[in-house]
Design a protein around this ligand. Structure first.
Ligand SMILES: [Zn+2]
Length: 373
């Protein structure tokens, strides 16, 4: 996991001057959502709690021209699960909207960023995050790229290498950019951050987020195999940097990166609420339809234990004696079991660990609950 490879592919997202201007304009709006978010997190009071938002992803799987290669469905599911684990606590959850789109094209399989227009024009679905999973990516300077995205209104595209998508950090990193986060070392990859170690200018320099320490730009040279910063850089005051080597938005080794700070989560929530909340899996035929808020005022089920600790799970209606059927499926809609709900436990011993959907319905009601094993 910690092998030091000097040629780790880099993140290709560039925070432009235009992006910074947009973030500056959004600051007052961000403030409102961020304070809601942080107060909701700091109290357990129900009245303060904010609802979780479900964000649709359209997965485009690029394979060779004869249909070989490409991320497989299991890996894709795992990648989405990992993404959601990293975002837990953000009141944001991602799900795959409708079918997977397979694109069989050798040219796109070894992708050059200059081919983005033709790829996207032929395949993009409006109002969802279009994630293109491909074998290899190079940018216009011929550098090996892990993934990249933009902060453009109504241009909802992430392009990522399969190996990076499944490394449990790079997909979250690109989604972080998509939701307005800047690298912890700042928008400029080429010069030392102006953010001071003492935090005095933290809201305007670096990543403009104050609970992430100033970062001189981490690399696999100044972070050791135990994820410790071993660099000697100092800031304008002569203070030594104490960066967070486990922050998802850093350039620390990918195996070291594991979390977003609370203020990063708040910022993404605020950006989503103010700028990207048009994202919806509109097609009524999709799995994702299930994620449309289902009013649970008059229909609710107790599902327990959840997370599932043994081989069985129970589902009991809370306030009705009607008969319901159930279905257990994964996040891309493959069904593993179905039947009529009774008082008997449902056997789930055969399910691998992960997140599943339990759909409970009869001819006039439907409710979907997530279960975790
Ligand atoms: Zn990046």
């Amino acid at each position: 996991m910690f092998s030091q490879v000097n040629s780790e592919p880099i993140c290709g997202t560039i925070t432009t001057g235009k992006d910074l201007k947009l973030f500056e304009e959004l600051k007052p709006v961000f403030k409102k959502y961020q304070s809601n978010f942080l107060s909701s997190k700091s109290t357990n009071s129900k009245s303060n709690s904010i609802a979780k938002n479900y964000i649709p992803i359209k997965a485009h799987i690029i394979r060779t021209s004869n249909g070989k290669g490409g991320i497989d469905e299991y890996e894709l599911n795992e990648a989405i699960n990992d993404l959601n684990n990293t975002f837990s606590g953000a009141f944001l959850e991602f799900f795959l909207c409708n079918d997977l789109n397979y694109i069989d094209n050798n040219n796109f399989y070894n992708f050059k960023s200059s081919d983005e227009k033709s790829l996207v024009e032929a395949n993009n679905v409006p109002n969802v995050i279009n994630i293109y999973f491909t074998n290899h990516i190079v940018n216009s300077s011929d550098e090996d790229i892990c993934g990249y995205t933009y902060n453009k209104p109504n241009y909802d595209v992430i392009i990522i290498q399969n190996e990076c998508a499944t490394n449990n950090s790079s997909l979250a990193h690109e989604v972080g950019h998509f939701l307005s986060l800047i690298h912890t070392h700042g928008a400029d990859n080429t010069c030392l951050t102006k953010e001071l170690v003492n935090g005095n200018n933290c809201s305007s320099e670096g990543d403009q987020i104050c609970d992430t320490p100033a970062d001189p730009k981490l690399t696999n040279k100044n972070v050791n195999n135990f994820c410790r910063y071993i660099g000697t850089e100092t800031d304008a005051n002569g203070d030594s940097f104490l960066p967070d080597t486990s922050n998802i938005m850093s350039y620390s080794m990918k195996g070291c990166r594991s979390h977003f700070s609370d203020q990063q989560l708040a910022r993404m929530y605020a950006y989503y609420m103010s700028t990207k909340n048009y994202l919806t899996c509109g097609d009524s035929s999709g799995v994702a339809d299930s994620y449309e808020p289902v009013s649970s005022d008059d229909l609710d089920f107790k599902i327990y234990p959840n997370p599932i600790s043994g081989d069985v799970v129970y589902a009991k209606p809370m306030n009705t004696t009607e008969t319901f059927s159930y279905k257990i499926s994964n996040l891309i809609g493959q069904t593993f079991s179905s039947g009529t709900l009774t008082n008997q436990p449902i056997n789930v011993g055969y399910l691998a660990s992960g997140t599943y959907l339990m759909t409970i319905s009869n001819n006039h009601s439907k409710i979907i609950k997530r279960i975790i094993k």
